[in-house]
Design a protein around this ligand. Structure first.
Ligand code: GLP
Length: 260
């Protein structure tokens, strides 16, 4: 795992967007794993800007991590709506190549199996983008998610409900269950990029990156991945023990030179 600390939200999200853009340029038909949340909105704005400057998404295929159960795609709180609104409708991706689990599926188990099958048929995810929930979740893999879990439906924790319900009107209307890629599914991505910003994530980030691997904090499973980069702003880095070492690597590794 590599941890890159950037001084501001702008610099951290800018670096994440730059790395995604480079991947799209070098592999125009790549399979991109996408995430939602307030953090990603900033990254998607930057990708839209890069698209207006010529970045081509016409051959890119996408798979999102998760979707709320019970929300139709046209609900403004569904992740399908979020993705169309913040990214897909603003770039030249072919909507038929964008995938999210269907939260309205009658047979949820079948929907989860089909989603896994679709990812496999696409050749697997080349680059998976991740945020970090306050419960330590990646996707909606709440505490005690098996480290080998696959796409399935999951009940959300009170911490997650507290974090996300302000986005719903009224807040109580937030669904309490979601379909999410499993930790095992996520770990199969060839490359992972996790982006974490803000002081309120500092403690959970430190546990995720520097703590022992535990299913209580599903993000700790990323320590098992051989190609995982974690980009954070200084506020989110506040509780990390190894900042000097991480900064040293960023400042001395030749591959990071172009990003200074
Ligand atoms: C939701 C998503 C997660 C995401 C998290 C972070 O819970 N299921 O995949 O990481 O939001 O959200 P924010 O960026 O708003 O803190």
């Amino acid at each position: 795992m590599e941890v890159i600390i950037r001084p501001t939200v702008e610099a951290a999200t800018g670096l994440a967007a730059q790395l995604i853009a480079e991947k799209v340029r070098s592999q125009p038909s790549l399979c991109l794993g996408l995430a939602t949340g307030r953090t990603m909105e900033i990254v998607y704005d930057k990708l839209v800007k890069l698209h207006r400057e010529g970045l081509d998404f016409s051959r890119v295929r996408t798979y999102n991590l998760d979707e709320y159960i019970g929300l139709p795609p046209e609900s403004p709180n569904s992740y399908r709506y979020y993705m169309n609104h913040h990214l897909f409708n603003r770039i030249n991706v072919d909507l038929r190549n964008t995938h999210l689990p269907l939260g309205m599926a009658e047979d949820l188990q079948l929907e989860c199996q089909l989603y896994e099958q679709s990812i496999r048929n696409s050749g697997g995810i080349d680059l998976q983008l991740l945020g970090l929930g306050c419960s330590g979740h990646i996707g909606f893999n709440e505490p005690l998610s098996a480290l080998r879990s696959r796409t399935r439906d999951k009940s959300l924790t009170p911490i997650t409900i507290a974090q996300n319900s302000p986005l719903f009107n009224p807040p109580e209307s937030m669904p309490k269950r979601a379909i999410t890629m499993g930790v095992g599914t996520i770990l199969e991505a060839k490359q992972i990029l996790m982006l974490v910003i803000g002081r309120e994530k500092a403690e959970i980030l430190a546990k995720a990156v520097e703590g022992p691997i535990t299913s209580m904090i599903s993000a700790t499973a990323l320590q098992l991945h051989s190609n995982c980069t974690v980009i954070v702003d200084e506020a989110a880095a506040a509780a990390l023990q190894g900042c000097d070492y991480y900064n040293w690597i960023f400042n001395h590794e030749p591959k990071w030179k172009p990003y200074h």
